[in-house]
Design a protein around this ligand. Structure first.
Ligand SMILES: Nc1ncnc2c1ncn2[C@@H]1O[C@H](COP(=O)(O)OP(=O)(O)O)[C@@H](O)[C@H]1O
Ligand SMILES: [Mg+2]
Length: 254
């Protein structure tokens, strides 16, 4: 049974066709990348899989559960790190994790043990009792990853996990994600518009543009199809007609 199954998924908003008939499968233990420019439909896809948005049509299942029919079962099997920060800045790092663990009904002994382990994993043990408003961007991101893992999800959604972080912090996050995927067997689906990130972390990549998948393969195959020395950025330009430079310019405006 695949960890994620998506078939002909469509999401229409009033004036936008955000997701326009996409299909893909992610095997258990895989790391799948949704790579695309701003507005491509990445977050909308993630939100449907995480049961936060209803699809207009099509089918999606996570951990074997239809996302429209078995929302609670899906939710108990997934962790999610949102594109926008979702921490309470007036609480400490540890309190944020405690609050989240209580929402999942995890008993106090298990909760304390897991929180200690997760703070260790993301190297925030020393900052556990500091208010999140005093955390750096990278620390917040690491805490969000820890929070997404508190109930031991089988599938972790990471929506632009390193957006706006410096390259050193970005690499640190990549190492955590890699460890979770390879050592702890967590299936990962991540969205990004950083080519390097997708290339480094993902075993399969879908390039998505204007709500449609325009290419889907391993990073190696996507590059090889273009030529011996092609980069993933070359692949991206070929399929979307967009360069990273103009995406980054848009990001600045945003
Ligand atoms: N709640 C919403 N209401 C209306 N339009 C939306 C909403 N959310 C997203 N969109 C539109 O859907 C498209 C895809 O958005 P999104 O999934 O956020 O893209 P991405 O995450 O790839 O940047 C965009 O055109 C966006 O403006
Ligand atoms: Mg997005």
């Amino acid at each position: 049974m695949p960890a994620i199954e998506v078939k002909d998924l469509v999401k229409k908003f009033k004036d936008a066709l955000a997701v326009n008939g996409i299909s893909f499968t992610v095997e258990t233990g895989g790391c799948f990348g949704l790579l695309g420019p701003n507005g491509a439909g990445k977050t909308t896809t993630i939100n449907i899989l995480a049961t936060l948005l209803k699809p207009t049509s099509g089918y999606a299942a996570v951990a074997g559960f239809d996302v429209t029919k078995y929302r609670n079962e899906v939710r108990s099997n997934i962790g999610i790190v949102f594109q926008e920060p979702a921490l309470d800045s007036k609480l400490t790092g540890k309190e944020n994790l405690e609050f989240h663990a209580m929402m999942y009904g995890i008993d106090p002994a298990t909760r304390n043990r897991r929180i200690a382990n997760l703070l260790d994993l993301v190297e925030l043990t020393e900052k556990a009792n500091v208010l999140v408003q005093n955390y750096s961007g990278g620390m917040k991101r690491r805490l969000e990853i820890a929070r997404g893992l508190i109930h031991k999800p089988k599938v972790l959604f990471l929506d632009e996990p390193t957006l706006g972080l410096d390259s050193q912090t970005r690499r640190l996050i990549w190492e955590y994600v890699k460890k979770l995927n390879k050592e702890n067997d967590v299936t990962i689906i991540l969205t990004t518009h950083y080519m390097e990130e997708a290339d480094y972390l993902c075993d399969r990549i879908a390039i998505i543009d204007r709500g449609k998948i325009v290419a889907l393969d391993t990073p190696g195959n996507l590059k090889a199809a273009l030529g011996a020395n092609a980069s993933l950025e070359d692949v991206f330009i070929k399929y979307t007609g967009k360069t990273i430079r103009n995406i980054e310019e848009r990001e600045k405006i945003w």
